[in-house]
Design a protein around this ligand. Sequence first.
Ligand code: 6R9
Length: 587
Amino acid sequence: MVSAKPGNAATVSAGTAGAWDDTAFRWDEAQTELTGAPDGSLNIGSICADRQVALGRGGNVAVRWLGRRLERRDVTYGELAEQSGRFARVLADLGLQPGETVAVLLGRVPELFSAALGIWKAGGVYCPLFAAFGPGPIKARLELGKAAILVTSDELYARKVAASRSGLPQLRQVLLVGESGSAGDGCAVLRDLLDAAQPMAAAATAPEAPAFLHFTSGTTGTPKGVLHPHRAVLAHLVTGRKVFGLSESDVFWCTADPGWVTSTSYGIIAPLTCGATLIADEAELDPRRWYGILHDEKVTAWYTTPTAIRTMMRYGAALARSYRENALRVAASVGEPLNAEAVMWGQKALGVPFLDTWWQTETGAITIANGPGTGRRPGSMGRPLPGVDVSIMRCEGGAAKPVDGAEAVGELAIRTCWPSMFSGALGEETRYGDSFREGWYFTGDLVKRDKDGFIWFVGRADDMIKCGGLQIGPFEVESSLMDHPAVAEIGVVGKPDMLVREVPVAFISVNPGFEAGDALRAELLSYARQELGASMAPREIHFVEELPKTNSGKIMRRVLKAKAVGEPDSGDILNTLPPCPGRYDDE
Ligand code: 6R9
Protein backbone atom coordinates (compact mmCIF):
# COMPACT_ATOMS: atom_id res chain seq x y z
CA MET A 1 0.00 0.00 0.00
CA VAL A 2 1.24 3.49 -0.66
CA SER A 3 0.82 6.36 1.71
CA ALA A 4 -1.94 8.90 1.59
CA LYS A 5 -1.69 12.05 -0.46
CA PRO A 6 -2.94 14.68 1.92
CA GLY A 7 -6.05 16.49 0.79
CA ASN A 8 -5.17 20.01 1.83
CA ALA A 9 -7.50 22.26 3.71
CA ALA A 10 -7.47 24.91 1.00
CA THR A 11 -10.40 27.19 0.65
CA VAL A 12 -13.03 25.70 -1.58
CA SER A 13 -16.45 26.95 -2.34
CA ALA A 14 -19.84 25.70 -1.40
CA GLY A 15 -23.05 27.42 -0.53
CA THR A 16 -26.12 27.18 1.62
CA ALA A 17 -28.04 23.94 2.06
CA GLY A 18 -29.68 22.66 -1.07
CA ALA A 19 -28.07 25.13 -3.44
CA TRP A 20 -24.66 25.82 -4.80
CA ASP A 21 -23.07 29.18 -5.02
CA ASP A 22 -19.55 30.43 -4.81
CA THR A 23 -19.52 31.35 -1.14
CA ALA A 24 -16.22 30.31 0.31
CA PHE A 25 -16.46 27.08 2.21
CA ARG A 26 -13.63 25.72 4.30
CA TRP A 27 -13.05 22.12 5.11
CA ASP A 28 -11.69 23.09 8.52
CA GLU A 29 -15.06 24.74 9.21
CA ALA A 30 -16.86 21.58 8.14
CA GLN A 31 -14.67 19.64 10.49
CA THR A 32 -15.39 22.08 13.32
CA GLU A 33 -19.08 21.58 12.71
CA LEU A 34 -18.70 17.82 12.93
CA THR A 35 -16.19 17.45 15.75
CA GLY A 36 -16.02 20.78 17.54
CA ALA A 37 -12.43 21.44 16.47
CA PRO A 38 -10.89 22.48 13.15
CA ASP A 39 -8.36 19.67 13.29
CA GLY A 40 -7.63 16.60 15.35
CA SER A 41 -9.38 13.27 15.38
CA LEU A 42 -12.39 12.51 13.26
CA ASN A 43 -14.26 9.21 13.36
CA ILE A 44 -16.98 8.49 10.80
CA GLY A 45 -18.72 5.98 13.09
CA SER A 46 -19.13 8.46 15.87
CA ILE A 47 -20.12 11.30 13.50
CA CYS A 48 -22.85 9.12 11.95
CA ALA A 49 -24.51 8.15 15.24
CA ASP A 50 -23.08 9.59 18.50
CA ARG A 51 -23.01 13.13 17.16
CA GLN A 52 -26.70 12.94 16.22
CA VAL A 53 -27.52 11.72 19.73
CA ALA A 54 -25.52 14.64 21.17
CA LEU A 55 -27.56 16.98 18.96
CA GLY A 56 -30.73 15.68 20.60
CA ARG A 57 -31.77 13.44 17.70
CA GLY A 58 -31.35 10.13 19.53
CA GLY A 59 -35.04 9.31 19.13
CA ASN A 60 -35.13 10.03 15.37
CA VAL A 61 -35.15 7.09 13.00
CA ALA A 62 -31.70 6.60 11.49
CA VAL A 63 -32.40 3.42 9.49
CA ARG A 64 -35.74 2.21 8.27
CA TRP A 65 -35.22 -1.33 7.05
CA LEU A 66 -37.74 -2.97 4.74
CA GLY A 67 -37.65 -6.74 4.48
CA ARG A 68 -38.52 -8.74 1.38
CA ARG A 69 -42.15 -9.02 2.48
CA LEU A 70 -42.11 -5.29 3.26
CA GLU A 71 -41.84 -5.93 6.98
CA ARG A 72 -40.39 -2.84 8.64
CA ARG A 73 -37.76 -2.38 11.30
CA ASP A 74 -36.79 1.07 12.55
CA VAL A 75 -33.46 1.76 14.23
CA THR A 76 -33.16 5.12 15.98
CA TYR A 77 -29.96 7.12 16.15
CA GLY A 78 -29.77 6.27 19.85
CA GLU A 79 -30.04 2.55 19.10
CA LEU A 80 -27.53 2.79 16.27
CA ALA A 81 -25.05 4.56 18.55
CA GLU A 82 -25.42 1.81 21.13
CA GLN A 83 -25.36 -1.13 18.73
CA SER A 84 -22.33 0.18 16.87
CA GLY A 85 -20.57 0.77 20.21
CA ARG A 86 -21.18 -2.88 21.13
CA PHE A 87 -19.99 -3.98 17.71
CA ALA A 88 -16.79 -1.98 18.14
CA ARG A 89 -16.23 -3.63 21.53
CA VAL A 90 -16.64 -7.09 20.00
CA LEU A 91 -14.03 -6.26 17.36
CA ALA A 92 -11.65 -4.77 19.93
CA ASP A 93 -12.04 -7.86 22.14
CA LEU A 94 -11.16 -10.00 19.14
CA GLY A 95 -7.89 -8.08 18.93
CA LEU A 96 -8.66 -5.91 15.92
CA GLN A 97 -5.78 -3.47 15.46
CA PRO A 98 -6.22 0.09 14.10
CA GLY A 99 -6.11 0.05 10.31
CA GLU A 100 -6.93 -3.67 10.00
CA THR A 101 -9.57 -4.65 7.48
CA VAL A 102 -12.96 -6.04 8.40
CA ALA A 103 -14.74 -7.43 5.35
CA VAL A 104 -18.52 -7.41 5.27
CA LEU A 105 -20.39 -9.81 3.02
CA LEU A 106 -24.05 -9.07 3.62
CA GLY A 107 -27.18 -8.13 1.74
CA ARG A 108 -29.14 -5.11 2.84
CA VAL A 109 -29.83 -6.32 6.37
CA PRO A 110 -30.19 -4.16 9.51
CA GLU A 111 -26.84 -5.39 10.87
CA LEU A 112 -25.01 -3.83 7.91
CA PHE A 113 -25.27 -0.38 9.48
CA SER A 114 -24.18 -1.21 13.02
CA ALA A 115 -21.34 -3.26 11.50
CA ALA A 116 -20.05 -0.39 9.32
CA LEU A 117 -20.27 2.15 12.15
CA GLY A 118 -18.84 -0.34 14.65
CA ILE A 119 -15.84 -1.04 12.41
CA TRP A 120 -15.12 2.69 12.17
CA LYS A 121 -15.53 3.17 15.90
CA ALA A 122 -13.03 0.37 16.51
CA GLY A 123 -10.54 2.05 14.14
CA GLY A 124 -10.86 -0.70 11.53
CA VAL A 125 -11.28 -0.46 7.76
CA TYR A 126 -14.78 -1.27 6.46
CA CYS A 127 -14.55 -3.39 3.33
CA PRO A 128 -17.94 -4.40 1.90
CA LEU A 129 -18.10 -7.10 -0.76
CA PHE A 130 -20.84 -7.79 -3.30
CA ALA A 131 -22.93 -10.70 -2.02
CA ALA A 132 -23.54 -11.68 -5.66
CA PHE A 133 -19.86 -12.49 -6.17
CA GLY A 134 -18.89 -16.14 -6.39
CA PRO A 135 -16.35 -17.83 -4.06
CA GLY A 136 -13.38 -17.00 -6.35
CA PRO A 137 -13.80 -13.19 -6.48
CA ILE A 138 -14.62 -13.15 -2.75
CA LYS A 139 -11.45 -15.05 -1.86
CA ALA A 140 -9.35 -12.79 -4.11
CA ARG A 141 -10.69 -9.67 -2.38
CA LEU A 142 -10.31 -11.07 1.15
CA GLU A 143 -6.69 -11.82 0.29
CA LEU A 144 -5.95 -8.51 -1.41
CA GLY A 145 -7.63 -6.55 1.38
CA LYS A 146 -5.86 -8.67 4.07
CA ALA A 147 -9.16 -9.05 5.88
CA ALA A 148 -8.61 -10.01 9.53
CA ILE A 149 -12.30 -10.45 10.34
CA LEU A 150 -15.29 -11.20 8.11
CA VAL A 151 -18.89 -10.36 8.97
CA THR A 152 -21.37 -12.41 6.96
CA SER A 153 -24.47 -14.60 7.20
CA ASP A 154 -24.53 -18.35 7.88
CA GLU A 155 -25.84 -18.94 4.42
CA LEU A 156 -23.36 -16.77 2.51
CA TYR A 157 -20.52 -18.23 4.56
CA ALA A 158 -21.51 -21.80 3.75
CA ARG A 159 -21.99 -21.13 0.04
CA LYS A 160 -19.17 -18.71 -0.69
CA VAL A 161 -16.40 -18.76 1.91
CA ALA A 162 -16.24 -22.03 3.84
CA ALA A 163 -14.48 -23.96 1.07
CA SER A 164 -11.69 -21.37 0.69
CA ARG A 165 -11.26 -20.66 4.41
CA SER A 166 -8.17 -22.85 4.82
CA GLY A 167 -6.47 -20.81 2.10
CA LEU A 168 -7.05 -17.56 3.98
CA PRO A 169 -4.62 -17.71 6.92
CA GLN A 170 -4.88 -13.99 7.77
CA LEU A 171 -8.66 -14.27 8.28
CA ARG A 172 -8.71 -14.77 12.04
CA GLN A 173 -12.40 -14.74 12.76
CA VAL A 174 -15.79 -14.92 11.02
CA LEU A 175 -18.81 -13.32 12.69
CA LEU A 176 -22.13 -14.76 11.60
CA VAL A 177 -25.23 -12.60 11.47
CA GLY A 178 -28.55 -14.39 11.84
CA GLU A 179 -30.63 -16.32 14.22
CA SER A 180 -29.69 -19.89 13.41
CA GLY A 181 -26.49 -19.74 15.43
CA SER A 182 -24.83 -22.64 13.66
CA ALA A 183 -21.28 -21.49 14.07
CA GLY A 184 -18.69 -23.84 12.67
CA ASP A 185 -14.93 -23.85 13.21
CA GLY A 186 -13.39 -20.37 13.36
CA CYS A 187 -16.82 -18.74 13.32
CA ALA A 188 -18.75 -17.02 16.09
CA VAL A 189 -22.40 -16.07 16.35
CA LEU A 190 -22.43 -12.29 16.38
CA ARG A 191 -25.59 -11.97 18.45
CA ASP A 192 -24.03 -13.86 21.41
CA LEU A 193 -20.98 -11.63 21.39
CA LEU A 194 -23.01 -8.42 21.05
CA ASP A 195 -25.28 -9.36 23.93
CA ALA A 196 -22.28 -9.77 26.22
CA ALA A 197 -20.47 -6.59 25.10
CA GLN A 198 -20.46 -3.15 26.71
CA PRO A 199 -20.59 -0.28 24.18
CA MET A 200 -17.19 1.19 23.47
CA ALA A 201 -16.41 4.85 22.77
CA ALA A 202 -15.16 5.56 19.26
CA ALA A 203 -11.40 5.44 18.66
CA ALA A 204 -9.79 8.84 18.15
CA THR A 205 -8.85 8.26 14.51
CA ALA A 206 -6.78 10.81 12.63
CA PRO A 207 -8.48 12.36 9.58
CA GLU A 208 -5.94 10.55 7.39
CA ALA A 209 -6.48 7.15 9.05
CA PRO A 210 -7.90 4.59 6.58
CA ALA A 211 -11.65 4.05 6.93
CA PHE A 212 -13.06 2.17 3.95
CA LEU A 213 -11.89 -0.03 1.13
CA HIS A 214 -13.72 -0.93 -2.08
CA PHE A 215 -12.70 -2.96 -5.02
CA THR A 216 -13.59 -1.11 -8.19
CA SER A 217 -16.29 -2.65 -10.30
CA GLY A 218 -14.71 -5.15 -12.60
CA THR A 219 -15.77 -3.80 -15.98
CA THR A 220 -12.15 -4.08 -17.06
CA GLY A 221 -11.08 -7.25 -15.26
CA THR A 222 -8.56 -7.16 -12.40
CA PRO A 223 -9.84 -5.77 -9.10
CA LYS A 224 -8.20 -2.70 -7.62
CA GLY A 225 -8.58 -1.91 -3.93
CA VAL A 226 -9.34 1.76 -3.36
CA LEU A 227 -8.79 3.10 0.13
CA HIS A 228 -10.39 6.17 1.71
CA PRO A 229 -9.58 7.99 4.95
CA HIS A 230 -11.95 9.22 7.67
CA ARG A 231 -11.74 12.80 6.37
CA ALA A 232 -13.88 11.72 3.38
CA VAL A 233 -16.89 12.32 5.62
CA LEU A 234 -16.43 16.08 5.09
CA ALA A 235 -17.32 15.61 1.42
CA HIS A 236 -20.29 13.40 2.31
CA LEU A 237 -21.67 16.10 4.60
CA VAL A 238 -21.25 18.80 1.97
CA THR A 239 -22.55 16.82 -1.03
CA GLY A 240 -25.43 15.43 1.04
CA ARG A 241 -26.48 19.02 1.67
CA LYS A 242 -25.57 20.61 -1.65
CA VAL A 243 -26.78 17.98 -4.09
CA PHE A 244 -29.70 16.48 -2.16
CA GLY A 245 -30.42 19.29 0.30
CA LEU A 246 -30.42 16.73 3.14
CA SER A 247 -31.38 17.64 6.68
CA GLU A 248 -32.94 15.80 9.62
CA SER A 249 -36.39 16.16 8.09
CA ASP A 250 -35.49 14.03 5.06
CA VAL A 251 -36.14 10.43 4.16
CA PHE A 252 -33.32 9.44 1.86
CA TRP A 253 -33.25 6.28 -0.20
CA CYS A 254 -30.12 5.14 -1.97
CA THR A 255 -30.75 1.92 -3.87
CA ALA A 256 -27.10 0.89 -4.28
CA ASP A 257 -25.88 -2.61 -3.44
CA PRO A 258 -23.84 -2.63 -0.19
CA GLY A 259 -20.74 -3.77 -2.11
CA TRP A 260 -20.68 -0.61 -4.21
CA VAL A 261 -19.02 2.60 -3.02
CA THR A 262 -22.32 4.42 -3.64
CA SER A 263 -23.84 2.47 -0.76
CA THR A 264 -21.02 3.37 1.65
CA SER A 265 -20.93 7.06 0.72
CA TYR A 266 -24.65 7.72 0.15
CA GLY A 267 -26.41 4.61 1.48
CA ILE A 268 -24.74 5.07 4.88
CA ILE A 269 -22.46 8.04 5.55
CA ALA A 270 -24.07 11.06 3.84
CA PRO A 271 -27.63 10.62 5.15
CA LEU A 272 -26.50 9.75 8.70
CA THR A 273 -24.06 12.65 8.77
CA CYS A 274 -26.90 14.97 7.76
CA GLY A 275 -29.22 13.45 10.39
CA ALA A 276 -31.76 12.12 7.86
CA THR A 277 -33.68 8.82 7.95
CA LEU A 278 -32.29 6.34 5.45
CA ILE A 279 -34.29 3.61 3.76
CA ALA A 280 -32.68 0.20 3.31
CA ASP A 281 -34.69 -2.13 1.12
CA GLU A 282 -33.66 -5.76 1.24
CA ALA A 283 -35.19 -6.65 -2.13
CA GLU A 284 -33.82 -6.16 -5.61
CA LEU A 285 -34.96 -3.83 -8.38
CA ASP A 286 -38.68 -4.18 -8.95
CA PRO A 287 -40.43 -1.09 -10.34
CA ARG A 288 -43.84 -1.78 -8.77
CA ARG A 289 -42.30 -2.26 -5.33
CA TRP A 290 -40.06 0.76 -5.80
CA TYR A 291 -42.87 3.14 -6.69
CA GLY A 292 -44.69 1.77 -3.64
CA ILE A 293 -41.72 2.49 -1.36
CA LEU A 294 -41.24 6.02 -2.72
CA HIS A 295 -44.89 6.66 -2.00
CA ASP A 296 -45.52 4.79 1.27
CA GLU A 297 -42.28 5.75 3.00
CA LYS A 298 -42.60 9.40 1.95
CA VAL A 299 -39.12 9.37 0.46
CA THR A 300 -37.96 12.97 -0.08
CA ALA A 301 -34.67 12.36 -1.91
CA TRP A 302 -33.86 9.33 -4.05
CA TYR A 303 -30.52 8.18 -5.41
CA THR A 304 -30.54 5.45 -8.00
CA THR A 305 -29.00 4.29 -11.28
CA PRO A 306 -29.67 4.70 -14.99
CA THR A 307 -30.54 0.99 -15.12
CA ALA A 308 -33.29 1.54 -12.57
CA ILE A 309 -34.80 4.48 -14.37
CA ARG A 310 -34.62 2.72 -17.73
CA THR A 311 -36.32 -0.32 -16.20
CA MET A 312 -39.03 1.96 -14.87
CA MET A 313 -39.38 3.42 -18.36
CA ARG A 314 -39.98 -0.07 -19.68
CA TYR A 315 -42.79 -0.54 -17.22
CA GLY A 316 -44.41 2.59 -18.59
CA ALA A 317 -45.72 5.95 -17.53
CA ALA A 318 -49.16 4.72 -16.49
CA LEU A 319 -47.67 2.84 -13.54
CA ALA A 320 -45.62 5.91 -12.62
CA ARG A 321 -48.70 8.12 -12.79
CA SER A 322 -50.57 5.92 -10.34
CA TYR A 323 -47.91 6.84 -7.74
CA ARG A 324 -47.67 10.47 -8.71
CA GLU A 325 -48.63 11.61 -5.20
CA ASN A 326 -45.34 11.43 -3.33
CA ALA A 327 -43.13 13.47 -1.03
CA LEU A 328 -40.13 13.55 -3.37
CA ARG A 329 -38.12 16.75 -3.77
CA VAL A 330 -35.29 15.41 -5.84
CA ALA A 331 -34.11 12.26 -7.59
CA ALA A 332 -30.65 11.53 -8.96
CA SER A 333 -28.63 8.86 -10.64
CA VAL A 334 -25.03 7.67 -10.82
CA GLY A 335 -22.87 4.93 -12.27
CA GLU A 336 -23.44 5.19 -15.98
CA PRO A 337 -24.23 7.93 -18.43
CA LEU A 338 -27.84 9.01 -18.20
CA ASN A 339 -29.26 9.91 -21.58
CA ALA A 340 -31.39 13.03 -21.87
CA GLU A 341 -34.48 10.98 -22.73
CA ALA A 342 -34.26 9.13 -19.41
CA VAL A 343 -33.79 12.41 -17.51
CA MET A 344 -36.87 13.91 -19.14
CA TRP A 345 -38.89 10.76 -18.58
CA GLY A 346 -37.80 10.59 -14.92
CA GLN A 347 -38.75 14.21 -14.32
CA LYS A 348 -42.14 13.71 -15.89
CA ALA A 349 -42.84 10.43 -14.15
CA LEU A 350 -41.70 11.51 -10.68
CA GLY A 351 -42.62 15.17 -10.96
CA VAL A 352 -39.28 16.37 -9.53
CA PRO A 353 -35.84 17.34 -10.89
CA PHE A 354 -33.90 14.29 -11.96
CA LEU A 355 -30.17 14.93 -11.66
CA ASP A 356 -27.31 13.05 -13.19
CA THR A 357 -24.26 12.96 -10.91
CA TRP A 358 -20.75 11.82 -11.73
CA TRP A 359 -18.10 10.39 -9.47
CA GLN A 360 -15.94 7.31 -9.03
CA THR A 361 -14.85 4.97 -6.29
CA GLU A 362 -11.60 6.94 -6.34
CA THR A 363 -13.24 10.35 -5.76
CA GLY A 364 -15.25 8.90 -2.85
CA ALA A 365 -18.13 11.37 -3.23
CA ILE A 366 -20.06 13.23 -5.92
CA THR A 367 -17.69 15.51 -7.80
CA ILE A 368 -19.70 16.66 -10.82
CA ALA A 369 -23.46 17.04 -10.91
CA ASN A 370 -26.48 18.69 -12.34
CA GLY A 371 -27.91 20.57 -9.44
CA PRO A 372 -30.14 23.25 -8.11
CA GLY A 373 -27.69 26.14 -8.04
CA THR A 374 -25.77 25.52 -11.22
CA GLY A 375 -28.65 24.62 -13.46
CA ARG A 376 -29.19 21.39 -15.27
CA ARG A 377 -28.54 20.15 -18.74
CA PRO A 378 -30.18 16.79 -19.45
CA GLY A 379 -27.73 14.34 -20.98
CA SER A 380 -24.68 16.00 -19.39
CA MET A 381 -22.95 14.93 -16.18
CA GLY A 382 -23.43 18.49 -14.92
CA ARG A 383 -20.81 20.89 -13.64
CA PRO A 384 -18.04 20.41 -11.09
CA LEU A 385 -19.17 21.05 -7.53
CA PRO A 386 -17.84 24.27 -6.06
CA GLY A 387 -14.31 23.57 -4.92
CA VAL A 388 -13.73 20.72 -7.35
CA ASP A 389 -11.09 21.82 -9.79
CA VAL A 390 -11.33 19.87 -13.05
CA SER A 391 -9.45 20.02 -16.29
CA ILE A 392 -9.82 18.21 -19.57
CA MET A 393 -6.40 16.95 -20.51
CA ARG A 394 -4.60 15.13 -23.22
CA CYS A 395 -1.28 13.42 -22.69
CA GLU A 396 1.22 14.15 -25.41
CA GLY A 397 4.80 12.95 -25.27
CA GLY A 398 4.53 12.18 -21.56
CA ALA A 399 3.24 15.65 -20.64
CA ALA A 400 -0.37 16.41 -19.75
CA LYS A 401 -1.86 19.48 -21.42
CA PRO A 402 -5.36 20.91 -21.15
CA VAL A 403 -7.26 20.56 -24.42
CA ASP A 404 -8.22 23.75 -26.15
CA GLY A 405 -11.67 24.86 -27.15
CA ALA A 406 -15.22 23.92 -26.30
CA GLU A 407 -16.30 20.44 -27.39
CA ALA A 408 -12.72 19.12 -27.55
CA VAL A 409 -12.48 15.60 -26.14
CA GLY A 410 -9.90 14.79 -23.47
CA GLU A 411 -9.41 12.89 -20.23
CA LEU A 412 -11.15 14.26 -17.19
CA ALA A 413 -8.61 15.21 -14.52
CA ILE A 414 -9.28 16.47 -10.98
CA ARG A 415 -7.03 18.55 -8.77
CA THR A 416 -6.53 16.52 -5.63
CA CYS A 417 -7.80 18.77 -2.85
CA TRP A 418 -11.25 17.13 -2.58
CA PRO A 419 -11.37 15.56 0.92
CA SER A 420 -12.83 12.26 -0.22
CA MET A 421 -10.14 11.55 -2.83
CA PHE A 422 -8.71 8.07 -2.33
CA SER A 423 -5.61 7.81 -0.23
CA GLY A 424 -4.16 4.56 -1.48
CA ALA A 425 -4.56 1.60 -3.82
CA LEU A 426 -4.12 -2.03 -2.89
CA GLY A 427 -2.73 -4.65 -5.16
CA GLU A 428 -0.69 -2.64 -7.57
CA GLU A 429 1.29 0.09 -5.88
CA THR A 430 2.25 1.75 -9.12
CA ARG A 431 -1.37 2.14 -10.11
CA TYR A 432 -1.96 4.76 -7.41
CA GLY A 433 1.05 6.82 -8.49
CA ASP A 434 0.19 6.33 -12.17
CA SER A 435 -3.19 7.97 -11.69
CA PHE A 436 -1.55 11.25 -10.66
CA ARG A 437 0.48 13.66 -12.71
CA GLU A 438 1.55 17.16 -11.67
CA GLY A 439 -1.04 17.36 -8.91
CA TRP A 440 -3.89 16.11 -11.12
CA TYR A 441 -5.72 12.84 -10.71
CA PHE A 442 -6.56 11.25 -14.09
CA THR A 443 -9.95 9.59 -14.06
CA GLY A 444 -9.74 7.39 -17.17
CA ASP A 445 -13.01 8.93 -18.46
CA LEU A 446 -13.09 10.85 -21.72
CA VAL A 447 -15.33 13.88 -21.69
CA LYS A 448 -15.97 17.19 -23.38
CA ARG A 449 -17.07 20.49 -21.89
CA ASP A 450 -19.57 22.80 -23.54
CA LYS A 451 -19.29 26.58 -23.54
CA ASP A 452 -21.38 26.85 -20.37
CA GLY A 453 -19.12 24.51 -18.43
CA PHE A 454 -21.34 21.40 -18.49
CA ILE A 455 -19.37 18.20 -18.87
CA TRP A 456 -20.47 15.48 -21.27
CA PHE A 457 -19.43 11.88 -20.96
CA VAL A 458 -17.84 10.39 -24.07
CA GLY A 459 -16.59 7.02 -22.85
CA ARG A 460 -13.99 5.26 -20.74
CA ALA A 461 -10.58 5.86 -22.31
CA ASP A 462 -10.17 2.12 -22.72
CA ASP A 463 -13.66 1.71 -24.30
CA MET A 464 -13.05 4.16 -27.16
CA ILE A 465 -13.51 2.64 -30.57
CA LYS A 466 -10.65 3.40 -32.90
CA CYS A 467 -12.15 3.30 -36.37
CA GLY A 468 -9.84 4.50 -39.14
CA GLY A 469 -8.81 8.02 -38.13
CA LEU A 470 -11.90 8.37 -35.95
CA GLN A 471 -12.24 7.91 -32.18
CA ILE A 472 -15.82 6.88 -31.55
CA GLY A 473 -17.23 7.29 -28.04
CA PRO A 474 -19.62 4.43 -27.36
CA PHE A 475 -21.96 6.60 -25.31
CA GLU A 476 -22.62 8.96 -28.20
CA VAL A 477 -23.72 6.08 -30.41
CA GLU A 478 -25.71 4.53 -27.56
CA SER A 479 -27.59 7.69 -26.64
CA SER A 480 -28.47 8.40 -30.24
CA LEU A 481 -30.01 4.95 -30.69
CA MET A 482 -31.73 5.19 -27.29
CA ASP A 483 -33.93 7.84 -28.88
CA HIS A 484 -35.48 5.16 -31.08
CA PRO A 485 -38.64 3.85 -29.40
CA ALA A 486 -37.71 0.19 -29.95
CA VAL A 487 -34.46 0.42 -27.98
CA ALA A 488 -34.69 -0.44 -24.29
CA GLU A 489 -30.98 -0.76 -23.57
CA ILE A 490 -27.89 -0.68 -25.72
CA GLY A 491 -24.17 -1.35 -25.43
CA VAL A 492 -21.77 -0.42 -28.22
CA VAL A 493 -18.26 -1.86 -28.51
CA GLY A 494 -15.45 -2.01 -31.05
CA LYS A 495 -14.97 -5.17 -33.07
CA PRO A 496 -11.55 -5.75 -34.66
CA ASP A 497 -11.48 -5.07 -38.37
CA MET A 498 -8.68 -5.74 -40.88
CA LEU A 499 -9.16 -2.50 -42.74
CA VAL A 500 -10.04 0.18 -40.23
CA ARG A 501 -8.83 -1.41 -36.94
CA GLU A 502 -12.21 -1.46 -35.21
CA VAL A 503 -15.84 -0.98 -36.17
CA PRO A 504 -18.71 -0.14 -33.80
CA VAL A 505 -21.19 -2.95 -33.19
CA ALA A 506 -24.31 -2.65 -31.05
CA PHE A 507 -26.02 -5.04 -28.64
CA ILE A 508 -29.62 -4.05 -28.10
CA SER A 509 -32.51 -5.24 -25.95
CA VAL A 510 -35.85 -4.13 -27.33
CA ASN A 511 -38.88 -2.69 -25.64
CA PRO A 512 -42.06 -4.71 -25.27
CA GLY A 513 -44.22 -4.37 -28.36
CA PHE A 514 -41.26 -4.51 -30.77
CA GLU A 515 -40.03 -7.63 -32.46
CA ALA A 516 -36.30 -8.25 -32.58
CA GLY A 517 -35.61 -9.41 -36.13
CA ASP A 518 -34.25 -8.50 -39.54
CA ALA A 519 -36.83 -5.81 -40.23
CA LEU A 520 -36.10 -3.96 -36.98
CA ARG A 521 -32.35 -4.44 -37.49
CA ALA A 522 -32.54 -2.81 -40.92
CA GLU A 523 -34.63 0.02 -39.54
CA LEU A 524 -32.22 0.68 -36.66
CA LEU A 525 -29.19 0.57 -38.93
CA SER A 526 -30.69 3.12 -41.27
CA TYR A 527 -31.84 5.25 -38.32
CA ALA A 528 -28.29 5.23 -36.93
CA ARG A 529 -26.76 6.17 -40.30
CA GLN A 530 -29.15 9.04 -40.59
CA GLU A 531 -28.57 10.28 -37.04
CA LEU A 532 -24.86 9.65 -36.69
CA GLY A 533 -23.51 9.41 -40.22
CA ALA A 534 -22.20 6.25 -41.82
CA SER A 535 -18.76 6.41 -40.17
CA MET A 536 -20.11 6.37 -36.60
CA ALA A 537 -23.14 4.16 -37.10
CA PRO A 538 -22.87 0.55 -35.88
CA ARG A 539 -21.95 -1.89 -38.62
CA GLU A 540 -23.77 -4.73 -36.89
CA ILE A 541 -26.69 -4.97 -34.53
CA HIS A 542 -27.18 -7.97 -32.26
CA PHE A 543 -30.38 -8.38 -30.30
CA VAL A 544 -30.06 -9.68 -26.74
CA GLU A 545 -32.56 -10.38 -23.96
CA GLU A 546 -30.51 -8.49 -21.37
CA LEU A 547 -27.20 -6.66 -21.41
CA PRO A 548 -24.51 -8.07 -19.12
CA LYS A 549 -24.13 -5.79 -16.08
CA THR A 550 -21.90 -5.44 -13.06
CA ASN A 551 -23.50 -5.31 -9.64
CA SER A 552 -23.45 -1.55 -9.78
CA GLY A 553 -25.44 -1.66 -13.02
CA LYS A 554 -22.64 -0.88 -15.45
CA ILE A 555 -22.74 -2.47 -18.86
CA MET A 556 -19.84 -4.92 -19.08
CA ARG A 557 -18.34 -3.92 -22.40
CA ARG A 558 -15.57 -6.46 -21.87
CA VAL A 559 -18.21 -9.21 -22.10
CA LEU A 560 -19.83 -7.63 -25.15
CA LYS A 561 -16.41 -7.37 -26.83
CA ALA A 562 -15.87 -11.08 -26.27
CA LYS A 563 -19.32 -11.71 -27.74
CA ALA A 564 -18.58 -9.49 -30.74
CA VAL A 565 -15.64 -11.68 -31.73
CA GLY A 566 -17.44 -14.89 -30.80
CA GLU A 567 -15.32 -15.70 -27.73
CA PRO A 568 -16.85 -17.38 -24.71
CA ASP A 569 -17.11 -15.04 -21.75
CA SER A 570 -14.76 -15.57 -18.85
CA GLY A 571 -15.78 -12.82 -16.44
CA ASP A 572 -18.22 -12.66 -13.56
CA ILE A 573 -21.71 -12.13 -14.91
CA LEU A 574 -23.83 -10.72 -12.21
CA ASN A 575 -27.20 -9.08 -12.02
CA THR A 576 -29.83 -9.46 -14.64
CA LEU A 577 -32.90 -7.34 -14.90
CA PRO A 578 -36.28 -8.67 -13.85
CA PRO A 579 -38.56 -9.74 -16.69
CA CYS A 580 -40.71 -6.90 -17.85
CA PRO A 581 -44.44 -7.49 -18.02
CA GLY A 582 -45.37 -3.90 -18.89
CA ARG A 583 -45.83 -1.98 -22.05
CA TYR A 584 -43.87 0.99 -23.31
CA ASP A 585 -46.70 3.47 -23.21
CA ASP A 586 -44.96 6.83 -23.21
CA GLU A 587 -45.78 7.86 -26.71
C1 6R9 B 1 -19.90 5.99 -8.20
C2 6R9 B 1 -19.38 5.05 -9.25
C3 6R9 B 1 -16.97 5.00 -11.86
C4 6R9 B 1 -17.16 5.10 -13.36
C5 6R9 B 1 -16.76 6.44 -13.91
C6 6R9 B 1 -17.58 6.48 -15.19
C7 6R9 B 1 -18.88 5.80 -14.77
C8 6R9 B 1 -20.24 7.08 -13.06
C9 6R9 B 1 -21.36 8.41 -14.33
C10 6R9 B 1 -20.50 7.62 -15.15
C11 6R9 B 1 -21.23 8.71 -17.04
C12 6R9 B 1 -22.19 9.38 -15.00
N1 6R9 B 1 -19.85 6.80 -14.32
N2 6R9 B 1 -21.17 8.04 -13.06
N3 6R9 B 1 -20.45 7.78 -16.48
N4 6R9 B 1 -22.09 9.49 -16.34
N5 6R9 B 1 -23.04 10.16 -14.30
O1 6R9 B 1 -20.04 4.78 -10.23
O2 6R9 B 1 -18.14 4.55 -9.02
O3 6R9 B 1 -18.16 2.11 -9.67
O4 6R9 B 1 -16.00 3.40 -9.41
O5 6R9 B 1 -17.50 3.79 -11.36
O6 6R9 B 1 -18.54 4.94 -13.69
O7 6R9 B 1 -16.94 5.75 -16.18
O8 6R9 B 1 -15.37 6.52 -14.14
P1 6R9 B 1 -17.41 3.40 -9.83
